[in-house]
Design a protein around this ligand. Structure first.
Ligand code: NAD
Ligand code: GLY
Length: 360
């Protein structure tokens, strides 16, 4: 097992990364758990991992009950969030009850937001079960639900007590979901680490094949990068925004296509190519750089082109982005491979040229 620490002004906590960790969850998490826990998961993950976790906690004397939500990005909304509060109230959960998010990024983001607001703040633990949530969403304390007009628009910064990433849970993850996680892995190389990009070029086929040691290396490296960035900038006043490489375009794709139709990671993949094209337009990188990222995304079986829709729709969606400041759109681009930047765009023609091949 490998352990990392995230140190933010609001809270410091460990990330445990390894195999068979669910079998020892209560032991590992004991210092971070209260006497009662609510395990919140969804109808896909419950039959796979809920009993194991619940029995493990019972064995350690931690009373627990479960709340099982419907599965899907389309349920990351107010109504489903309220089902968490219903379950907590019905089971008389107290303010100290630990909320455990057992699942991917959708469960993690919703449970985190529920924890941030239940009785004005309950402790929570992340047990991410998708590659995407292990390398990104479970770390750093961004919690949210979607609004029909914009992705992750309602939420809070709220750090977990601990993160436990058991790589064995990836054995049941469908290939398409694994690929979606690889989009975020490739993102880390592109935004901040050229050597990691080279490592990925050599190892991407092993990651696609779910080779355990290679996956552990990738999860550890990404969590390490994210922990460093979040420790410096917990609430995204500056460099944390780099983690949004590809996301402004990606969120527009998700909203336009209807949440859940394009997976988040797939939208980020196509969005990263658009961010590269924007950086080309701005004279920062060249077509070969973009091609390198495209090759990696291709090897991970990810889409590298967005769906076709009107320019005005792109702008409408992207104007809702959380990076918009004083009405000005801000994009994460690349100065070079392995170095992200934040650019304000006021000239819409630059965006039109970036999107031109994909406009009707
Ligand atoms: P997800 O949570 O929808 O999970 C993907 C699918 O895999 C679901 O159907 C889920 O039930 C299933 N699943 C999960 N674990 C499984 C397992 N071990 N075996 C079999 N099936 C399993 O999607 P995701 O890609 O994990 O997360 C995407 C979400 O994360 C988006 O809502 C995105 O906005 C959010 N996100 C948040 C942050 C953050 O910093 N908070 C960062 C990146 C993404
Ligand atoms: N995934 C973006 C962030 O955590 O800041």
């Amino acid at each position: 097992m490998r352990t990392l620490n995230v140190n933010t002004p609001s809270h410091s906590y460990p990330i445990f990364i390894g195999e068979h960790l669910l079998d020892n969850a209560a032991d590992l998490l004991q210092p971070y758990l209260s006497k009662q826990a609510a395990i919140i998961t969804n109808e896909t993950i419950a039959p796979l991992y809920l009993d194991k976790l619940s029995a493990n906690l019972n064995h350690a004397g931690i009373r627990n009950f479960s709340i099982i939500l419907p599965d899907g990005e389309q349920y990351k909304d107010w109504q489903t969030l309220n089902l968490i509060f219903d379950g907590l109230m019905q089971n008389r959960a107290e303010r100290k009850t630990t909320l455990i998010a057992l699942g991917g990024g959708v469960i993690g983001d919703m449970v985190g937001f529920a924890a941030a607001t239940y009785q004005r703040g309950a402790p929570f633990i992340q047990i991410p079960t998708t590659l995407l949530s292990q390398v990104d969403s479970s770390v750093g304390g961004k919690t949210a639900i979607n609004h029909p007009l914009g992705k992750n628009m309602i939420g809070a910064f709220y750090q977990p007590q601990a993160v436990l990433a058991d790589l064995n849970t990836l054995s049941t993850l469908p290939a398409r979901e694994l690929s979606a996680g690889l989009a975020e892995v490739i993102k880390y190389g592109a935004l901040g680490d050229e050597h990691f990009l080279e490592w990925l070029e050599k190892n991407i086929h092993l990651l696609v094949a779910k080779d355990s040691p290679t996956l552990i290396e990738a999860v550890y490296h990404c969590c390490h990068m994210k922990a460093e960035i979040v420790s410096q900038d917990e609430t995204e006043q500056g460099i944390r925004a780099w983690l949004n490489l590809g996301h402004t375009f990606g969120h527009a794709i998700e909203a336009e296509q209807g949440y859940g139709n394009w997976l988040h990671g797939e939208a980020v993949a196509a969005g990263m190519i658009l961010a590269c094209r924007l950086s080309e337009e701005l004279g920062c990188i060249n077509a070969q750089d973009t091609q390198k990222i495209r090759n990696l995304l291709d090897a991970a079986h990810l889409p590298v082109e967005p769906p076709c829709f009107d320019f005005e729709r792109w702008i409408e969606h992207m104007k809702h982005d959380k990076k918009v400041s004083s009405g000005i759109m801000r994009f994460i681009g690349l100065d070079k491979l392995g170095k992200a930047n934040i650019t304000e765009i006021t000239d819409m023609e630059i965006l039109r040229r970036t999107l031109q091949p994909y406009l009707p």
